[in-house]
Design a protein around this ligand. Sequence first.
Ligand code: P5A
Length: 438
Amino acid sequence: MRMSAFFLPVLKENPSEAQIVSHRLMLRAGMIRQASAGIYSWLPLGFKVLKKIEQIVREEQDAAGCQEVLMPTIQSAELWRQSGRYDDYGKEMLRITDRHEREMLYGPTNEEQITEIFRESAKSYRELPKLLYHIQWKFRDEVRPRFGVMRGREFLMKDAYSFDLDEAGARRAYNKMFIAYLRTYARLGLKAIPMQADTGPIGGDLSHEFIVLAETGESAVFCDKALVDRDPLAEAIDMDSDLQPMVNSWTARYAATEEKHDEARFNALPAERQVAARGIEVGHIFYFGTKYSKPMNAAVAGPDGQPVTLHMGSYGIGVSRLVGAIIEASHDDAGIIWPDAVAPFNVALINLKADDAACRAACDDLYAKLKAAGLDVLYDDTEERAGAKFATMDLIGLPWQLTVGPRGLKSGVVELKRRATGERHELSPEAALAKLVG
Ligand code: P5A
C-alpha cells in the first residue's frame, strides 16, 4: 500500500476524551472513529489488525475441533423468555420492536440462539459431542462505556458453545477451550493468565477468566509469578488427549480476580512469587450444565432411548477488546509496537526524498520485491518531511522500518530499524531484503 493512497487519518493532538493509552493511540493512529458512545467505526489500519486477531482466534478454534457458524445479531425476545433471561438481563439489553410489533433484541450473547438451533437439529447421543462457534458483533448497553474498544457497547466477540451428554463430556470440552485460549493469546503476543472468576449473568459454577496484566486494567488481580513465566507455546499439545492433567497444572497455582481473592492463600506464596496487579479480561469460559437446555427442553435420545438433557458450556473471547489490550501491553512514548503476528503491515518503507529519482527507483524496486516475497508493506512515497514520516511510522508501530535516503544511497546503504527495540542497522538493499524476507 502506498501512503499517498492510504486512508490514514492520523491526529497530531492528543484527543481529550481518551483516558487510557490504547484509546488515545487508536484514535491518534487513525484506527477507529467513534460513531456514538461506545460504538466505533473501524478504519483501514484498525480493521486490518481486527481481522488478523480474528484469524488467529479462528485457527485455534478450528484446531480444537470447534466448527464455525454465523448467527444473527438480532434475536427474538421469545427465545429469551424460554430461558428466563429476558427480564433478568435488564437495561443492558437493547430491545427493539419490529413493524409487526414483535419484540426483538440486539444479542448480548448467544446461549439461547444456539440452544434452539441444536434442540431443533440434534436428535441422538450419537451426534455428540459438538463444539460450535461464531465471531459476531454483540451489543450491551453498558452504563459507562469507556476506554474506547475496551468497554464498548457494540463489540466483536468470538463465542463458542459445547454440547455433551454428561458433565464429564462437558468438562472435556471446557479443557479443550482452556488450552486453545492459552495458545491463542500466546500467538497474539500476549501473556494471559487463567483466573478463578465470578460467573455473572451467564451462570454456572465453573468458570475462568483470562487476564492480561496491564496497569490500566479494570480489575485488581492476584497470581503466582510461575503462571506469568510459563509459555503455553513451548508445550506440545494433542487436543484429542486427556487435557485434564495440563489444565490442573495451570489451575493448581494461585490466580484469582478481586471477587474471588483469598488473601490467606495468596500470602502463603513466597514473597517473590506474589504478583498483585491490574488486569484486562480478554476471555471468559463457563460450564453451566443444564441451565439453558433444561428450561428450553434441549435433549437428545440417550443409548437407552430415553431423553437426556444436554450439558453445555460457553466460551468467549473479546476480539475487539484485544486490539486495545495488545496496545496496552505493547507501546512506548512514541506509539504502538505491534507484535509481528497482528501487525497491520509487516514493513514500513520510508522514502526520505520522494522527489529524488535515485531514491524513488530504489524504493520502487524494494517495494516490488518485498511484495513479491509475500510481505505486506506500507510505502511512504509522500513528500512530507523526514521527521513527520518517522513520527507517523513510530506511532502506527509496524515491526520494521526500512529507510531510504539520498546520503545512504550514495554509499550503497539503506537503514533497517526494529520498532520494538529501536535497533538500527545500515546495510545494502539486498541484505535488508534478505533479513526481512528471512
Ligand atoms: C461466553 C461466550 C459471555 O458472554 N457467552 C458467550 C459468554 N461471556 S462474557 O464474559 O460476558 O464476555 C466474553 C468476553 O467478551 C469481552 N467483552 C467485551 N469487550 C468489549 N466491550 C464490552 N462491553 C465487553 N463485554 C465483554 C470480554 O473479553 C469478555 O471476556
